[in-house]
Design a protein around this ligand. Sequence first.
Ligand SMILES: [Zn+2]
Length: 831
Amino acid sequence: MKNGFQRYLATRIVLAVLACVPAAAPLVAQSLPEALEAIDHVRVATRILYVTAHPDDESSSVLTYLARGLHADVALLSITRGEGGQNALGPEQGPQLGILRTEELLAATRAYGVRLYFTRAPDFGYSKTPGGTLKVWGDTALEDMVRVIRTFRPHVVINHWGGVRTGHGHHQAAGILTPKAVAAAGDPKAFPAQLAEGLDAWEPTLLLQLSRGDAVAGYRVPSDEISPIWGKSYAEIGREGFLNHRTQGIAAFLGSPFLRRPIALVRPDGTSFDPAFLARRLPESVPNHPYHRGASEAADRSLSTAREAALRLDWAASAKALAAAGHKIDEAIKLHDPPSDCAEPRLRWDLERVREGIDAALAMAGALHIEAQADRSEVVAGESFSVHVEVRRRADVPGEFGKPSLVMPPGWSVAKEEPEAGAAVRFTVAIPKDAQTPRSPHDWMLPWPAPLVQARVHAVVEAYAFDVTAPVTAQRATSTRLDTLPLTLAPAVTLALEPRQFVLPEKRPLRSSAKRLEVLARVHYYGAGAAKVTVGLDAPPGWETSPPQALEFTGAGDQLVRFAVTPPAKIAAGNYALPAWASRDAEKFRTSLEPLPTLPTRLWSEPAVATVHAFDVAVPEGLRVGYVAAENDLIPEALRRLGIDVELLDPVALAFSDLRRFDAIAIGIRAYELRDDLARANQRLLNYAAAGGTLVVQYQRENVWSALKPAPYPAKIGSPTVRITDQNSPVRFLAPEHPVLNFPNKISQEDFKRWQQERGLYFWSQFDPRYQPLLALRDPGEEETTGGLVYARTGKGVYIYTGLAFFRQLPEGVPGAYRLFVNLLSQSKAR
Ligand SMILES: [Zn+2]
């Protein structure tokens, strides 16, 4: 058998190869269509904010039509990052899943052509009521929504969940909060600290929501129209973007009529509105000031000229016309200098946004492209790194294009600047010894914080000056893939531990294998030069651990260190921390920094600590378990921590091997859906149980279950899903003397303490009387449900279905969940 660390590496490699989220950039930058869109965007002044609760809530066709069809400036506000959901793609859960979902939604919004904002409100998993959601979100969601409105200043807000009174509490709460945020954003007395910082109160003019159901009312969004420049319908472009939601298993739903249904927009009171307001032309949007109206009309005429020239591929004329439009806007802005003289401070702000749009269009017309590559992706304080910057542009666009420069955090400096072939420049950047990653207080609002370093080119076309910037990134190439990575300021040394968790039975005679715990530390040195690093692992008093070890690095790289830890013969129940550390001279390092398995271009950092969970758990001698896992099931590894012999059953083993060698066979969550071979092998599994085995089936989803009917007697999984979302909700024992609740571990109320996120989901809603329900569970204010743990005799054996969320509890080391799961697997030994 492979040891844990080899398995860990193998898993990581397989996942990295099979399951990488693509950095989807479906539309080619600075192409003719993009240049036309950039010009069209400047000519439309409406800003639209579309509010949802989670990544994948959004209507991709509506967003794409508003942005690419009407050319409005559209932003999506997703209140959460979706970290409380299930991961259909990889092992990441919680905040790590939030990173994946952020990247997916960012790729989707790039395809829709919209901006992206978030709030700090957490996705804490399924919530049954808006009240329950609002209790957890507190004031944060509303405060942050108001800040986003005051920052982006939308004229129109679309409340995606407006008027929805059923389903997920997060959705209902988003629908309730959006009109409140719209009202508060315009109220100078609401969240005054934001105003003290310099934001202005902002009242959006029009609040809309979606019209659902069969008879849609209001303005029907014509997203099936074909885009004249992309040659696809807006709905098609949107669906391609929506496919990025891969951790949500979205591909399976792509053909669904739900995603193709017509959508209309209405006011919340059902009255109609003038759709022209969604795309007001630039001249119509400025107040009736004679000068401003004239300037914006002149700018719009120049933009129209720029568009016609672009269509003729006369890029020089297009750039000249854009510069002329820019001059007009500049003159209008100058009327407001100094800003305090201005009667219309909002107008100046709007004009600056127009200027940004013109600058972006000019970069498109000139195909002005900056490529800025660092020689590595992780850089270290006190060292230097180099950046190669190359600028390309259309030769026929006249103008002066300055040498590139770098925009860096305070204290960082260019130590050297050398010309390279083809007008490229190589910068050597010196990082101060005390450098820290710059943070801005509102980084949470954006998908990712601003790039660490940017390259900038100053350009002048027809005496109109503008800047173009691009983030400095690094590329990592293997023979089969090329990744673009953000530049990251990393600690000089990081440590990743494996395993990060141990389980120790509190009462031992210890099996010999459990006496000594082995912790592997992968020590990564990110520095460029040679270094001596000492690595150690601390343990509680009375525990024995190997002494610190000295490592020598000649440059950046990895080394493995193995620590042996021996706990005292008797320890009390509880969690014990084994923190690892590394030191270089006087500096100490205590964190990991690891690529996410499913998204290796993003790094995850956490304290380098292994935890020993000690609790009272009995495991029958020689218990042998077969396990049918879909991808990324963490339970087999969790069971092995107890010393249980777990064999993963692949399709061949499931079809042909003698299953009688197992005391129990467990089916992992959603395995019937994700493993085709399981339906084929189901009769073998039922025969195995009837011949005296124990078959334990964890939650499956309703659609697959009702199609396959894989249980020995009739049983239905509830639709809508029966779930218990309160992890502290009461549990009633329906058969206290039943072996499942007594062998080998006596289960008590204590075993339902400290559960994480939820009790369970996809419970049975109806089942044959031959099944015996063992527990009754109840969410606050609801009826009891008994389909969460159900037992039946079948022939000489046992069949168990459970929707209890063992998949969440075991990886977190929850003692009661371990004890109960061991009981499920031990029922063949109970008789
Ligand atoms: Zn949602």
